[in-house]
Design a protein. Sequence first.
Length: 313
Amino acid sequence: MAYLVLLVGVLAVSTASIFIRFAQSEVPSLVIATYRMALAGLLLAPAALWRGKQAQTSLEPAEKRQVLLAGVLLAFHFASWIASLELTSVVNSVVLVTTAPLWVAAASPVLLKEPVSGNAFIGLGLALVGGVLVGLSSICSITAGGFGCQEMGDFFQGKAALGNLLALMGAWFSAGYLVVGRRVRKKLHLMTYTFRVYGMAGLTLLVVTLFFGLVLNASSGTNVAELLFDYSPISFVWMILLALIPQLVGHTAFNWSLAYLPAAFVSVALLGEPVGSTILAILFLHESPTLLQFIGAGFILAGILLASRQTAE
């Protein structure tokens, strides 16, 4: 059941970059991130409050602080990753942000006392190689004449370089979120945990958005209403869908899985997102994947399969 839930989660989060790109035609990235987490937290509130007070008394003060920390890390994950989509390609952004397993695998033995076996590292390596191939597919191709790439300077310079760095920072924050969540998730009901984390993330993002939008840009005369609400109805549709599908369905599935599977494996499963994004691009954007993308997807799936078998053993 845990593996099935993870699959649903991967498919759900794969829609995120499409909704974000549509919303970014009008809405700033920080505002998109704020709506994503604030709406998710509000939608979870009735179920979380109904679960009641018994879960609230099951945590020590230090564990309550860890839940809040998980929310802050999640907020900065989305702030940095969504901003990266404005500056670099979707493929580069998604591939770099899904390197989180590398950092989780490095931290799990020390912080969680969860050993990571040799086979799990091999699976992680295969998946990361696949992610790199998917990323290179935007500038490289396989033809009858062999393998060739265009000029790679744009990948490391200018706006693209900043976007790539922000996506990598998103991976670091995501890894921290998963590690912290693994420590406290078992003690809380899923709805209670996600409501607290999403609510903290939404509050953090709101503060950051208001600071950057109002304080740092005071000379522009922007007010709170313009910053948060002055957008077309279709933009709100994209942000609502972003909160419902990738966040509530996708990330809630990952949070549920953290109670039953090691954090390293849950994060490895996130590497399936580039595959899901490719499938959705075929269905909705009519973008045909290249041979290199297919090969990269094969590596990713092989890595996830190997890590899955190791975890099951």
